[in-house]
Design a protein around this ligand. Sequence first.
Ligand code: SF4
Length: 230
Amino acid sequence: MVEIIVAPNAGFCFGVKRAVKMAEESVEKIKGSRIFTLGPIIHNPQEVERLKGKGVKPLEGEELREGDTVIIRSHGVPPEKERELRRKGVNVVDATCPYVKAVHEAVCQLVEEGYFVVIVGEKNHPEVIGTLGYLKESGGEGIVVETLEDLEEACKHERVGVVSQTTQNERFFKEVVGELSLWVKEVKVINTICNATSVRQEDVYRIAPEVDVMIIVEVRTAGTRGGFTA
Ligand code: SF4
């Protein structure tokens, strides 16, 4: 007989649940306004269709009008993007996950303290693009690191501050920090990997040796690649 073990932390993460709830609440609160999400709120066609049925649809080339409502999904956006929406007279519902907000704050803090910033993450990930917007806004310098080879530029600096995309692999994050500490005089680390990611990674490492086959069903926020988002 086949035994199926479901990982204890499987399912939507806190940030995605929160964004979907905020979308549903917008339908209740905002009557007579078109409601869009800035990209699909989750990479899950059934859920996107369900929300469409309630009147919340991903923005797909429609020209925004004053009075429309736009929901920023859990990944967040660069501050300039949010300002652009508000300039159009759009009602903005910010469903950026608080853990992503914490990365923005960490980056601004590191810049204020004079560090060159290393963001461990995927260069084209929407969350990282949003975080880079905060780096730029705060007037800081920094790079996104996807591989250890990307660290060359950071190693030219004496003081380097490190943060992570929330869904980064912990082992790679440790490798980056270890490598930097060999080459850079001062390294300040703010670990911004979110708990939802850590517990899923721990489940995988713990369960994998005990089973013959492991199937990871990745339900993730749209625009992401890999990781253990939700
Ligand atoms: S994975 Fe973490 S940071 Fe990302 S949306 Fe979910 S709870 Fe928030």
